[in-house]
Design a protein around this ligand. Structure first.
Ligand code: SF4
Length: 241
């Protein structure tokens, strides 16, 4: 018997496997830890919903396009008048760029956003019969609707969990909670899709976005107010139990 075999025999393989499993269970992605995080989010944000005011998938699509680099509160200030003036994709498609720009000026990057909204209105009208499509593959062909926007519309308007919405809050907090390590929104989304049960993909994002606005804020998280604190080992923490 070779020396290596003798060592292997003495050490045995079972304890090594068990040790690996034990380490995995105790790691940041241990199922019981993920469940504890989800339970804590449920406790803190039982009714978390999308904060963008809308009354149809089309309005949500437009509001989500407008929300890039802008607060939801600001978007909610401009959309009532925008949708009053142009109530359907068809009506929006017939508008001029100037008319749309004038209504959304205060949301920032308004020229690009107006171009996206006009393009989206034309595409929805001409290629989807005036209805926002219900698949990710179709949605991401709409001007201004990248994967994040598509996930918002699918999740909120149609209750379809095709992916996880990763905005700036979800990106930051998923990494702080060690649920993801990726350095892009797309990588973080892929990691979250693996670690979260699919029936939590939609609510997780809503809850974490609320958490990011109220407690786990970017610059100085309010860890003393955070019910996730015992589960969090982030180096950004401002307080330790
Ligand atoms: S303990 Fe602090 S850093 Fe961790 S999730 Fe809570 S607020 Fe964020």
């Amino acid at each position: 018997m070779t020396k290596a075999k003798q060592i292997e025999k003495r050490a045995g393989t079972k304890p090594r496997v068990t040790a690996v499993k034990t380490r995995a269970l105790r790691g940041p992605l241990a199922p019981e830890r993920v469940t504890a995080i989800l339970n804590a989010l449920d406790e803190a944000y039982p009714d978390a919903e999308c904060a963008l005011t809308h009354s149809s998938p089309w309005e949500l699509l437009v509001a989500t396009i407008l929300s890039a680099q802008c607060t939801d509160a600001r978007v909610n200030m401009v959309t009532p008048e925008l949708f009053r003036r142009f109530p359907t994709p068809e009506a929006m498609a017939a508008a001029t760029l100037d008319q749309i720009q004038e209504k959304i000026k205060t949301t920032g990057f308004f020229r690009n956003k107006a171009k996206s909204i006009l393009g989206a209105a034309k595409r929805v009208t001409e290629d989807f019969g005036g209805e926002v499509p219900q698949t990710l593959a179709e949605l991401i062909t709409i001007p201004g609707a990248a994967r994040k926007t598509a996930n918002v519309v699918l999740g909120v308007s149609f209750g379809l969990a095709e992916g996880v919405v990763v905005d700036t809050h979800v990106f930051r907090i998923a990494r702080r909670l060690e649920l993801a390590k990726g350095d892009t929104a797309q990588k973080v989304e892929q990691e979250l899709m693996k670690v979260l049960p699919r029936d939590r993909w939609i609510s997780f994002s809503h809850q974490v976005i609320h958490h990011g606005r109220k407690v786990c804020i970017a610059r100085k998280p309010k860890c003393h107010e955070c019910n996730l604190e015992p589960l969090c080992r982030s180096k950004d923490k401002t307080w330790h139990s």
